[in-house]
Ligand binder design. Structure first.
Ligand SMILES: O=P(O)(O)OC[C@H]1O[C@H](O)[C@H](O)[C@@H](O)[C@@H]1O
Length: 448
């Protein structure tokens, strides 16, 4: 059976060698045990570990039925959420969709839009303006149920929806995904009688794409959540505790990036040569950034879209400070076939490419870049993806989650909390004079 594959060959021979990676084998094994026995830091957030294999038929059917309810009633569905309540669905939908879906439409599928992932006033104005002539519904996602950005978006969109279709019909077009009992969104949903899905207590936001947080919007967009989960289940087995170090992709990836970090490679760049994976990298950045960046430690996760960014960031990567390494998401097979046409005049000098596929040019750009960057002192890991499909995206999701858990323990941090995120929120609430923040308001205003 074909699966995604990790190749670390081009990461070795410079800053680290095979011995340095294998030196992590024992620590990786210990990290695995901590994850599987629940004895490590943050062990009340390990629900994601067996999520793919424990999702029931009944649960998937319930999600599909709710998705159908929205699909039948709405031309547009706005998914409201931020961070882990946004990026997984956005990543998968973007990867699987036609690049011009918003202009072409998507057959019988509703258009899926996002809100609550920023506090852009113009963004919200323009969205509300668009929705005025549309039959729309809402999926409101917040694990805590108290996050400011989605709460503002929901208040605005709910009002617009109710004024368009009335309160009764609006209730049928709103689905909430939130905590079982806590938070403002839970309270509101119970009072209004919205259909709700629960985010399990033991699954943190950035590990929640395989819960209704990701699965419901993905199903609404018309994609096969069963294949996504089945792909994740394949990697749950392939990255299992019983798979030896050198055969276990999550173990090898976690060990290699930690070996590189210890050798001074402080920045990991997730590279794609396929614009459909742009948001997959955004999802990955939250996963690794929030999991590892703490106690004044952690690889800084960043991303580039090639070849686009070879014409902007390429110079820095080739020639800047040697503190970086790259992890390339390499998609093997394209969905479509476009060949370069012959031109009699050949003024652009491209006839040497006539009859060859655009993807062949892209693949040579990828190979040429790998050789150039390795020559320039940038270690290069490669993750081969047979094609972009639900199955392989599911595999990628679980692979990265498992490697992240292992890697966080190798770094000796708690990979499952994010205390640092609260600092800006406290200041923002104090500056906005939120009730309960009176002392903080006084203190922060004195500093301005
Ligand atoms: O789902 P929510 O509770 O609304 O949280 C949404 C996001 O915002 C928080 O500030 C955290 O940093 C993220 O880990 C989380 O995914």
């Amino acid at each position: 059976m074909e699966t995604i594959r990790v190749n670390i060959g081009k990461a070795l021979g410079g800053a680290v060698n095979e011995k340095d990676v294998f030196a992590y084998a024992k620590a990786v094994e210990e990290s695995m045990v901590k994850l599987h026995e629940g004895t490590g830091k943050g062990n009340d957030f390990l629900g994601w570990l067996h999520l793919p294999s424990s999702i029931t038929e009944g649960h998937l059917s319930e999600i599909e039925t709710a998705a159908k309810q929205l699909r039948d009633r709405c031309d547009v569905v706005v998914v409201i959420g931020i961070g882990g309540s946004y990026l997984g669905a956005k990543a998968v939908i973007e990867a699987l969709s036609d690049s011009f879906v918003q202009l072409k439409g998507s057959g019988s599928n509703p258009m899926v839009l996002f809100a609550g992932q920023n506090i852009g006033e113009d963004y919200l104005y323009e969205l509300l303006d668009l929705l005025k002539n549309k039959s729309f519904g809402l999926i409101n996602i917040s694990k805590s149920g108290t996050t400011t950005e989605p709460a503002i978006a929901f208040r605005l969109l709910k009002k617009e929806l109710e004024s368009q279709v009335g309160e009764g019909e609006a209730k049928k077009r709103i689905i909430a995904v939130t905590d079982a009992s806590r938070g403002a969104l839970r309270k509101l949903s119970d009072i209004e009688g919205y259909k709700t899905f629960i985010i399990p207590d033991n699954v943190g936001g950035r590990f929640s794409v395989l819960t209704p947080v990701g699965l419901l919007p993905i199903a609404v967009a018309g994609f096969d959540i069963r294949k996504l989960v089945a792909g994740a289940e394949i990697m749950e087995a392939e990255c299992g505790i019983d798979i030896p170090f050198d055969k276990n992709p999550a173990a090898v990836y976690a060990a290699t990036r930690n070996a590189l970090y210890r050798a001074g490679k402080k920045i990991e760049i997730l590279v794609n040569f396929n614009p459909k994976l742009h948001y997959f990298a955004e999802w990955w950045k939250q996963l690794y950034g929030e999991s590892e960046g703490k106690d004044h430690k952690g690889i800084f996760p960043t991303s580039v879209d090639f070849t686009t960014d070879l014409h902007s960031m390429g110079q820095w990567i080739q020639d800047g400070e040697r503190t970086i390494f790259e992890t390339v998401l390499s998609v093997e097979k394209m969905k479509h076939n476009v060949s370069i046409p012959k031109d009699e005049e050949d003024l652009d000098g491209l006839n040497y490419l006539a009859g060859r596929r655009v993807d062949e040019v892209n693949k040579m750009a990828e190979l040429g870049t790998q050789i150039a960057h390795v020559d320039g002192g940038v270690p290069n890991l490669k993750i081969s993806i047979p094609e972009i499909s639900e199955k392989y995206l599911g595999e990628l999701i679980y692979f990265f989650e498992k490697a992240c858990g292992i890697s966080g323990y190798l770094l000796e941090v708690n990979p499952f909390d994010q205390p640092g995120v609260e600092a800006y929120k406290k200041n923002m609430f104090a500056l906005l004079e939120k009730p309960g923040y009176e002392d903080a308001t006084k203190a922060i205003k004195a500093r301005l």
